[in-house]
Design a protein around this ligand. Sequence first.
Ligand SMILES: [Zn+2]
Length: 278
Amino acid sequence: MLVNMKEMLIKASKEGKAIPQFNINNLEWTKYILEACEEKKNPVILGVSEGAIKHIGGYITTVKMIEGLVEDLKITIPVVIHLDHGSSYESCVKAIDAGFTSVMVDLTKQPIETNIEVTKKAVEYAHKRNVSVEGEIGHIGLTTGEAIYTEVDDAVKYVEATGIDALAPAVGSLHGIYLTEPKISFERIRDIKNKTGVPLVLHGGSGIPEDTLHRAIYEGIAKLNINTALQVAWAKAVRIFLNENTDIYDPRKVIGAGEKAIKDLVNYYIDFLNRGRD
Ligand SMILES: [Zn+2]
């Protein structure tokens, strides 16, 4: 069942749990993630970046592919098709018109006024069509750079002015493979959560220690984005398989060599995220 993410995030937030966003890259990844989540009867947010959309073939292909898999695989769990880091109003509109059930607006490289203006416009377009919107304030960069921390006042201003359903603040996490342990500010998460009241999203979830993640969820994170971890695990499994089977050339076997690695990680994250407040 395709849904937007508003209700599931509010519910997760109340229960002190978090919903996973797993990023997809192609048909096989989508299939593995859907199958693993269905097995656990856990709702899932399929994150699709603009780069991944281009790789898959386009906005429409992405939606039709997911719709086809949901039907053929008899998926019964709530599934969100979410544009990850939408870089413009036009990109969000394209995604929504194609059938995405949720979009993220990321205008954090622009001045805050522009970010607010574009996000607000995207929210108006999205909400009329029952699509949820995630916004970002304060820039979440790459692990090769420095982490910054969103000002609480900026977060409040942004949420109030735009009407977004979920907020991704910069609280110390980064995208990619961490070179040093990320310094997540629990205090900042708590303050932003208390003052904005919207479910919070933690980007760059791959590689953050369990204790840190658990505390971040306790303080208000209701959606955890996982991308790099799956890529690393898949690539490692495929590399080993190819090195051990130099005569294999069937692409189904090559890509499929990473199936177990992806499913094991999806299972791990679902179990972890459902621990809740303890
Ligand atoms: Zn991100």
